[in-house]
Every structure is written in structure tokens, then in C-alpha cells.
Design a protein around this ligand. Structure first.
Ligand code: SF4
Length: 193
């Protein structure tokens, strides 16, 4: 019997040389958290350092904010029968010269994305969290413009900014996000969980 797709991704080391060349010189550690039949798909960017260390997606302050946006507790969020969490890259990519996370390596989505989506199957709600996911699924470049146009995609899909604390300024500048988008998103998530 061939290994499951999840096991194949967990064994993936395609980015070993790329990660070794970063300041952290870390080994790839794919964080895989999805199963067939989930009704909600969360497509993030790539794990941060805390997720890399713990092996659990969104197990950080970004995750706390994302769960607040969705109106779910940790138990619901980590129930793979209800939520699939499949980022644009499954490993922590390292830091750039300014100490920010590097973007997800494109090779990850090129290698795995179509197979991951086929494995999860059709979902009722997709959350595109951040620019990389929005570029891949919608072909858009500006996160602000894409999220501002959320009504064109709801209720089956919501583009969201990344919930990183680095984006607190963005949230202050765009109060319509919390006032208008989040109540609709929370209602949709409630219907499906
Ligand atoms: S980021 Fe993706 S392609 Fe690169 S080693 Fe991790 S699982 Fe493999």
C-alpha cells in the first residue's frame, strides 16, 4: 500500500538546501493538518517559528486572532473532521534580513497543492488567509483590494488579511473589516461547525 498523501508530505525534504542557507539553518518540518471530508478549508501562508517548534498549525498569536475572527474555540479549530488547515507551504521558511518570515517557497504549492485539494474534496467554505493564498486561488495581488471585494466571493470563500500582529495597523485603517466582514464570516462558520 502506498503511503497516504499526508505521510508523503510529512516526509518531504525538497527545501532542505534552501532552509539550511537561512539564518536558522533548520531542517524542513512539514506541519500537515487535514483530512478528507472537512467542510471548511483554511489556506494560510507558511508556519511561523512557534508552529515549526510545536508541529501544530496556527498555534501562536496569529492563530488566536484567526480563531477570534472565525468565532471558534481551539477544540473546533483543531478538529480535522470539520476544518482542514493547508497552507501554501507546509514548512517554516526561515527569516529574511529584517527578521520577518520569508515567503512560502513556491515549490511547495507547485508540488502538493492540487493533490491536497483533491484529497480534502469539495468544501463549503474556503478562507484565503494572506496574499500568497489569494494570488494562487484568485490571481489577485493587492490584499487590501481583494479583501475589500469579499462580497464577490462570499459565502463560499472569504479572502482575509494575515492575522499576524504585524497587521494591527491594517485593521485600524480598515474598520469595515471587523464591522462588516467578520459578522458574516462568523455566521457562516457557525452554520458549518
Ligand atoms: S515547504 Fe513544502 S516543498 Fe518545501 S520541504 Fe516543506 S513540505 Fe516540502
Amino acid at each position: 500500500m502506498s503511503p497516504s498523501l499526508q505521510a508523503q508530505i510529512e516526509a518531504c525534504r525538497l527545501c532542505r538546501a534552501r532552509f539550511r542557507a537561512t539564518a536558522t539553518a533548520h531542517e524542513p518540518r512539514p506541519v500537515v493538518w487535514f483530512a478528507r471530508g472537512a467542510r471548511i478549508l483554511v489556506v494560510g501562508q507558511a508556519p511561523g517559528i512557534r508552529v515549526h517548534e510545536t508541529g501544530r498549525p496556527f498555534n501562536d498569536r496569529s492563530g488566536d486572532r484567526l480563531r477570534d475572527w472565525m468565532g471558534v474555540d481551539r477544540e473546533t479549530f483543531y478538529d480535522r473532521t470539520r476544518l482542514a488547515i493547508a497552507p501554501m507551504a507546509f514548512c517554516f521558511p526561515g527569516y529574511d534580513a529584517k527578521g520577518a518570515d520569508l515567503p512560502p517557497p513556491a515549490i511547495c504549492a507547485e508540488t502538493w497543492r492540487d493533490r491536497v485539494n483533491a484529497e480534502i474534496g469539495p468544501v463549503d467554505l474556503t478562507l484565503l488567509v494572506g496574499g500568497a493564498a489569494q494570488r494562487w486561488y484568485l490571481g489577485t495581488r493587492s490584499v487590501t483590494e481583494t479583501v475589500r471585494g469579499w462580497r464577490a466571493h462570499a459565502p463560499g470563500l472569504f479572502p482575509l488579511p494575515h492575522p499576524s500582529w504585524r497587521n494591527t495597523g491594517w485593521l485600524k485603517k480598515n474598520p469595515w473589516f471587523e464591522a462588516e466582514l467578520l459578522p458574516v464570516l462568523r455566521a457562516r462558520v457557525k452554520e458549518l461547525t
